[in-house]
Write a protein that binds this ligand. Structure first.
Ligand SMILES: [Zn+2]
Length: 235
């Protein structure tokens, strides 16, 4: 049921839809997206979001900005020919609760999932992991986020963190921009991979995460245009 008019096709809207698709391509190129991930962006000035479509009817390489679906914050599709992904409530509930968030990435990366299954907190053991210096909370419900109630509970666990790890499932990462959330997602999986390797090599000996006071690569640099340009250049 359509409850709101779709956003006008402005330059900003076109850029956001294009960047949503680019972010999904970057994440796929880094091996962590596949056909069950999704990326969304908040629609400026509306209770709506732009989200990559469900890939049931279209193969990943065929997706263009025109295929990006618009969904309102009640869960209704407002525009777009394809269906949205199943877990729209992840995105909707985060946007409703976090006005600072303009992009949500939901994917199922292997090392993050392994950390979640082991109930091992993901901590920065590598310089670029320090974008998650506050930590990454763990959500322990096994089901896909197919209802508003589950979405609300996920958001409760996310709180004001930049990401939530979802046991047996995946991660949801947020950012003030699409570029920020995309880079943070790559850095989160990288952090989990390095942590898993470090723990395996240490073989039971305690390992120490990056001290919060260390003089290291700043989150500002990690989220500067350098990161986005780098991953873009690898496509
Ligand atoms: Zn999922």
């Amino acid at each position: 049921m359509v409850t709101q008019a779709p956003a006008k096709d402005t330059e900003e809207v076109r850029r956001l839809k294009e960047t949503v698709v680019t972010a999904s391509r970057i994440l796929d190129n880094e091996g962590i997206y596949d056909y069950v991930g999704h990326v969304s962006a908040r629609t400026p000035g509306a209770q709506q979001m732009f989200i990559t479509p469900h890939l049931r009817e279209l193969s990943f390489r065929e997706v263009t900005p025109r295929d990006v679906v618009t969904v309102d914050f009640k869960g209704n599709k407002v525009a777009g020919g394809l269906r949205p992904p199943q877990e729209i409530w992840i995105h909707i509930c985060i946007y409703r609760a976090r006005p600072d968030v303009n992009c949500v990435v939901h994917i199922h990366p292997e090392y993050c999932v392994a950390m979640g299954v082991a109930e091992e907190p993901i901590l920065p053991y590598y310089v670029t992991g320090n974008v998650f210096i506050k930590g990454v909370p763990l959500f322990k419900e096994p089901d896909l986020i197919l209802t508003e109630a589950l979405g609300e509970r996920l958001v409760k666990t996310l709180g004001d963190y930049a990401a939530v790890n979802m046991k047996w499932h995946g991660v949801s990462v947020v950012g003030s921009s699409i570029e920020e959330a995309c880079i943070a997602t790559i850095k989160l999986e990288q952090a989990a991979r390095i942590q898993a390797l470090s723990m395996a090599i240490a073989n039971g000996r305690p390992i120490q995460p990056l001290p919060p006071t260390s003089n290291t690569i700043t989150p500002e640099f990690i989220h500067s245009t350098a990161g986005w340009k780098y991953y873009l250049s690898r496509l």
